[in-house]
Write a protein that binds this ligand. Structure first.
Ligand code: FAD
Length: 863
């Protein structure tokens, strides 16, 4: 039977982050019983950590000053076309000294090396030798979490400390020598003169992969030393490593990958400088902040660590954007040019950059030095167009949006009638992080412009027999709902959830915002698609896991929200389930139109221009390039690049009339399958309806048969399924007092399959839909109506130039996804780009905002 050790704070993992926390807390509260539990025999492993003097605030220096083994005034960098001496202090700490300082400053019982940890919770640690620690709080500092949740590049290195037979005569570090052969990405050699006859030489790579060919790199270090005249050197110490460089990803998924509700620090909390991978400055900042917080008990510790790490991630957006520009740049062997350009900037700016504290002016300077595309026009202000325009403008590209309609938003247009506000389209907001990122790119906060309110339940599903199913991410409540349908399906539901998590990781986190320009990119994705049986439909996968028909409908209907038939849409779309579960379902206060207005306000604040009410009539071309646009009013504008958020068929057919390749693409697009259209009845009524949740699905008597009628037969069936939107239950400001706003939406075939006069058929369908809502929810609906109007497929075609009046562009079937969808850049016109529902990954707000990220990465990297 092991011993139970009691203490105030248990730090699991004795690396840099854990060690500094121990020292900072002890310094703040000497009586605090702190333990560091470490599997190895020493603290800090085998490392040299270096930092610029300005990375660590003066007030925090005390924490690390005893650990510094070397300090220099000034360093240099050398590139093929630039040599620069930078006047700044630079310091190094070795793990030996780190270990020694911790042992000197902490009581012996505080250091528990050689102890393997089996498991931990917010207040307990179970050790491999049978002992157990019970602590006021536990903080996990055991290295990285699941890096698969992040989009990464790598900074990898092999370092040798060389003992030289004679003095090398060098006094200052060479932080980058990029005159070496460029191999495996951006390669440079880093040299620290530790003593007159000691030189630390590190061969470093900004690479797409973490793997190290150590023997080859050792040989290169030897060649480099030889070339610098350091012959006869003995290697007295070695280190190697691969540090993640973040390009993007899902912070919350990363955090959760090592357990919810547990405090974390260091790499495990994602606390490293996103551009350089340097961890010391963040480790110091976190240790001091944690010590200052004064509350190290389990739950508070976890909240504190999460909040700190989340904020760090938010602030990192700008650096991740730069990383994306660098790592996605066409030829990895050319990456050095970006760094060389950076080192031409003001040294003070460089210093702030390394400290992760770039000012707005710095950011503008870094990206505007010479962006690959100095100016751009975005045609259309749907969510995709707005997101792209914000990304471009944030990166210093002078961006103009040209929108045909009198208001921005595209499918997220809105009307005000008789005191009611009616949002035209999207109402279910998922993955708020993908939107917040658009503000964070320039260090701004979305909360300044938009307030998102959580919606619970996510949806109420209702069947004609009166069955209700409330769909939420409250695990216990959801299990109860499933139990009401069929308790035997609870286990299957959990297996489905695991499946959804897997496809979410592969399909959304990794591939949801990268462009598929060539078939090779598709081949790369193939193993993941095969693993998750992407050729099967969502309904077929759901049916594999659960038996109850209503539950099958409840778990598969989501694809309809992006225009897909659950019977034929790839099972990859099961990821929507996970997206909602993790990110929740939200509503923008004042309606989705306020989210659009917030995006526009932010875009204009950072210098972008929005031109409304003037449709583009032609994209001008010269040779194989676009030169600008002409609008209906005769206005013209030139730009270095044009990105079309407008309907893909309209863009190729009508705006690129004179381009031969454009007309060939148009012909190919004619053969594709398009998503159905929608018939939407908007109505404002007397009375408040607290019993009707914000989102309801009113299933009809048929599921599969109805879907076949809509998608294949092109029939307007007698029965229908409805989505009912009731925003005033969340935000009463959308209607006059004592009134409610609704819309009821029915998927209907697009105009290619069902070519009717909607002026004739619309009023009939409108009445049937209102009758159905009356029958199921609001008995005297017709008497209560104050205002109403409908939006038909012909309106989608007329207002949005939507091909065949489709509500969601190309149907999201496997053969029209990723590489097989419209590419984010035209195959023949290198400065013509696409963004929005017709491109990868597809419709829906997270989809089109993801497409903006993919397109921006292409445009900004000049790839
Ligand atoms: C009724 C409805 C409900 C929906 N509900 C949801 C939901 O709840 N959640 C969700 O995530 N998604 C939902 N969606 C899907 C989502 O709204 C769309 O996929 C997304 O908004 C499309 O964005 P986009 O970037 O492709 O641009 P669009 O919104 O299609 O905008 C394209 C813009 O281009 C402009 N344009 C076209 N031609 C020209 C031209 N020649 N010159 C200048 N401008 C031009 C148009 O006017 C338009 O503003 C819904 C869609 C609809 C229709």
């Amino acid at each position: 039977m092991g011993t139970t050790i009691r203490c105030d704070l248990a730090i699991v993992g004795g690396g840099l982050a854990g060690g500094l926390i121990a020292l900072a807390v002890k310094a703040r509260a000497p009586s605090c019983d702190v333990r560091i539990v470490e599997g190895g025999t020493t603290l800090g492993g085998e490392h040299v950590w270096s930092f610029f003097g300005s990375d660590v605030a003066q007030a925090h220096r005390g924490l690390v000053q005893d650990m510094v083994v070397h300090g220099w005034r000034g360093y240099d960098v050398v590139f093929p076309n630039l040599t620069r001496d930078v006047d700044a202090t630079y310091y190094s700490i070795t793990s030996e000294r780190f270990d020694a300082v911790l042992r000197a400053k902490l009581p012996p019982q505080a250091i528990m090396t050689g102890r393997r940890v089996l498991a931990l919770s917010a207040t307990a640690v179970v050790l491999g030798d049978g002992d157990r620690i019970e602590a006021g709080g536990v903080i996990d500092c055991r290295g990285p979490g699941d890096l698969d949740t992040l989009e990464l590049g790598w900074q990898k290195f092999v370092g040798h400390e060389l003992a030289l037979p004679t003095a090398h005569g060098i006094e200052r570090p060479r932080v980058m020598d990029a005159t070496v052969a460029q191999i495996d990405g951006y390669r440079f050699v880093y040299c620290l003169p530790f003593a007159p006859d000691r030189m630390f030489v590190e061969d470093t790579y900004y690479s797409d992969t973490p793997g190290l060919d150590v023997p080859a790199i050792r040989a290169r270090i030897a060649d480099y030393a030889q070339a610098r005249g350091w012959a006869g050197a003995q290697v007295v110490r070695r280190e190697a490593g691969s540090l993640p460089i973040t390009l993007g990803g899902n912070f919350d998924a990363y955090w959760r990958s090592t357990g919810k509700g547990i405090a974390k620090a260091g790499m495990r909390a994602g606390l490293f400088q996103p551009a350089t991978g340097y961890s010391l400055p963040d480790a110091v900042r976190f240790a001091i902040a944690l010590a200052d917080s004064g509350d190290w008990s389990g739950a508070s510790l976890a909240t504190f660590a999460y909040d700190h790490a989340r904020e760090h991630w938010r602030r990192g957006a700008f650096y991740r954007m730069l990383n994306t520009m660098m790592f996605r740049a066409g030829d990895p062997a050319e990456r050095w040019r970006i760094i060389e350009r950076f080192y031409r900037l003001d040294p003070a700016l460089i210093t702030r950059f390394y400290a992760g504290r770039s000012s707005i002016g710095d950011k503008a300077r870094i990206v505007t030095g010479k962006p690959p595309v100095p100016s751009a026009i975005v045609i259309g202000s749907g969510f995709g167009g707005l997101a792209l325009a914000i990304r471009l403008q944030s990166a210093g590209v002078a961006t103009t949006i040209v929108e045909a309609r009198d208001r921005p938003g595209g499918r997220a247009y809105y009307w005000e009638k008789d005191g009611f506000t009616f949002d035209a389209g999207p109402t279910v907001i998922t993955d708020p992080a993908c939107l917040q990122e658009l503000w964070a790119l320039t260090g701004a906060d979305m909360a300044r412009d938009v307030t998102l309110e959580p919606v619970t339940p996510f949806y109420r599903l209702n069947w004609p027999d009166g069955t209700n199913f409330d769909y939420t991410n409250d695990e216990a409540a959801l299990q109860r709902e499933i139990g009401k349908l069929d308790p035997a399906d609870i286990a299957g539901y959990h297996r489905f959830l695991e499946y959804a998590e897997g496809v979410y990781r592969e399909g959304y986190e990794k591939l949801g915002h990268v462009a598929f320009l060539d078939f090779a990119s598709m081949v790369k994705a193939a193993p993941a698609l095969a693993k998750y049986q992407a050729w099967r439909s969502v309904y077929s996968i759901v049916s594999k896991f659960v038996k109850n028909e209503k539950l099958r409908e409840a778990l598969s209907f989501h694809t309809l929200l992006v225009g897909g038939n659950p019977m034929t849409t790839s099972a990859i779309y099961a990821l929507i389930h996970k997206l909602e579960r993790d990110g929740g379902v939200w509503f923008a206060r004042g309606g989705t139109n306020r989210l659009v207005a917030g995006m526009v306000a932010h875009f204009e604040r950072i210098g972008g221009t929005l031109r409304l009410g003037d449709p583009v009539t032609a994209i001008e071309t010269l040779g194989d390039r676009v030169t600008g646009v002409t609008t209906q009013s005769g206005w013209t504008m030139q730009a270095d690049a044009v990105a079309a958020n407008s309907d893909i068929m309209h863009t190729y057919r009508d705006l690129l009339k004179t381009s031969r390749s454009g007309q060939r693409t148009k012909a190919a697009l004619e053969k594709k399958r398009y998503s159905p259209s929608l018939f939407v009845v908007h109505f404002g009524i007397k009375g408040a309806w607290p019993g009707i949740p914000h989102h309801m699905i009113l299933f009809g008597p048929r599921y599969k048969g109805l879907l076949e009628d809509i998608y294949d037969h092109g029939v307007l069936a007698q029965d229908f399924s409805l989505y009912l939107h009731h925003p005033t239950v969340t935000d009463p400001s959308l209607a006059p007092e004592g009134h409610s706003t609704f819309y009821a939406l029915a998927p209907v075939p697009h105009m290619g399959k069902f070519p009717v006069d909607w002026n004739e058929i619309g009023p009939i369908l409108e009445k049937r839909i209102l009758d159905e809502v009356g029958r199921r929810l609001i008995p005297d609906i017709h008497d209560r109506i104050v205002t109403k109007f409908s939006y038909a497929p012909s309106d989608f075609a007329a207002d949005l130039n939507a091909h065949l009046g489709s509500a969601f562009s190309l149907e999201p079937i496997l053969t029209q996804s990723a590489y097989f969808r419209v590419h984010n850049r035209d195959d023949h016109i290198p400065n013509l780009y696409f963004v929005g529902a017709g491109t990868h990954p597809g419709a829906g707000i997270p989809g089109v905002v993801g497409s903006a990220k993919a397109t921006a990465a292409l445009m900004l990297s000049g790839r």
